[in-house]
Write a protein that binds this ligand. Sequence first.
Ligand code: KO2
Ligand code: CA
Ligand code: CA
Length: 313
Amino acid sequence: MLPLLTMHSKTTLAFISVAPKVSLSRLDELRNRAKFIGRSCKEVKDRYGQAEDGLYYLTTSTGVVYQTFCDMTTAGGGWTLVASVHEDNIYAKCTVGDRWTSQQGNNANWPKGEGNWANRKTFGTVEAATDDDFKNPGYYDIDAEDMSVWHVPNKTPFYHWNLAAIMRYHTERRFLHLYGGNLYYLFHRYPVEYNVGKHLSDNGPSIPIVYDLGDKESTKMFYGPYSGGEIEGGFISFRAINHERAATAICSGVKPKGGNVEHYCIGGGGFFLEGNPLQCGDFTGFAWNGYGTHIGFSTSKQMLESAVLLFYR
Ligand code: KO2
Ligand code: CA
Ligand code: CA
């Protein structure tokens, strides 16, 4: 039996949409997806012809079973959600919730920070991928060629991600072949670590992207006007280093042409020297000139309040 809905007051209903009613045959259909197990959403699509976006069951090469979201429609489909980077509080600098940077402060003696870009630790849940950080075993297990990235407003339920997204794009050049097949291996080659190199000359790769929602110009508009002077839209970049030798993980939608990457690249190592500790956090220095002001180096509010969803195919 499905639980009955209890309506407490009109006010509650106005802000919290009610749980959807679902037929028993639909529940059977969802449960029966367990039959279509694969190592990636691409396998599930190719082997069983599953074409509906939603949650599917996957297994790693060693038999770890998990559930995640599959985008079965964009550019041929078969995209596996492997992670999300979520900023829970831009004012809290490298504290709890900054899983993609450091949760233990801004500290030059802990240069790799959490190290989660290059380990097998997993966290979060797929349904909460826009409410908190998420990382599943696909991140290190799937042998992928391309990436897709969605910027989705925080708190959006998964069945609305595609429509609610403010930017969506994917790569088409099979670049992951060159870097070990996924981000786990890519970040072993390009460690996200303080003091491993110099800005621009030691950055990791920048890969051209194809937009599914947005374009080069709209991408630049999400970042601050000062950032605009040192980025080029139409790329996804990895392990970008800043003027003070802090390492960031991903510059979404852009290629850095300067060294203030802390205002347009996310995730990082355990130490950001400038403004200590203001630039340390999952969304680094996105609020350097105020919260969502889109002044100076501050991003727009939309960017600041959207989670970055990472897919492989
Ligand atoms: C600023 O006023 C400032 O920020 C710069 C940062 C940005 O990442 O490197 C410099 O610290 C500069 O000295 C100054 O503090 O400049 C271009 C204007 C921003 O915030
Ligand atoms: Ca976070
Ligand atoms: Ca700077």
